[in-house]
Design a protein around this ligand. Sequence first.
Ligand code: ZN
Length: 219
Amino acid sequence: MTAGPTAFLRDADETESFAKALGILCKGGERFALSGEMGAGKTTFVRGLASGLGIESHEISSPTFTLIHEHEGRSEGAHSPRCLVHVDAYRLEDPSELDELGWSDILQQRHNVVVVEWPQKISGSFGESVVEMELFHVASESDGLAGREIIFNSTLPDELRRQLFTSCRTCQRELHAGISSFPFCGNTCRMADLGNWFDGNYSVSREIEEDDLYDSDLS
Ligand SMILES: [Zn+2]
C-alpha cells in the first residue's frame, strides 16, 4: 500500500468522529477497503461512517455470519439518501460467493457507499478507485498514550483529503478531523481565533452574524 495521509486517533470516540466526518463527505459511489487487526477499531470506524451517512449507529454490529449488510441512510443537507453497504469478508471462502449476492449490482448503484472489511479476501472483485485504509494500534508520539492510527493509501480523493486533513486555522499545525477542537488544534487556538473576530482583525464584507460563530463549532 502506498502511504498516504495518516491520522492518530486517541480513542474510540475520535475514531468514530473521524469516520463520521468521512461519511458526511461521501456523495455515493465511494469504495473503502478497511484493513486492520482484530480489535483495531474497524467496527467503530464503520459505525462512525454509518452515522455520517445518516444511519443509526446501533444498526451496525460487529462481525456476524452475514456477509453483506445494507443500511439505508437518511437524506441530509444537499445529499440525496446514500446507502451503506458493509461487507465483512472474513468468512468468505471464495470471491465468487459475492456474485451470488448481487455484488456487481451493488457496485454499480451510485448511491452506495461500500466498505469492505478483510478486503484481501475479495481482491480483484472490488474494481477500481478503491480507497484503501488500515487501522493500527500505536502509541502517541507526543505522550506515549495508546491509541490507533489510520493510514490511507494515496488514492484518497483530493476533496476528501482536503476536508479531513487540514491545518489549524490559528497556528497552522497539521491536524485531522475527529479531534474535538477541529478545525483548531485545541481550545487555545480556537479562542485566539474567536478573539481575532471580536477585535476586528478579520476584514469581512458584512456584519458578523450569530451563525458565523456557531459555524466554527462553538455550540
Ligand atoms: Zn493551533
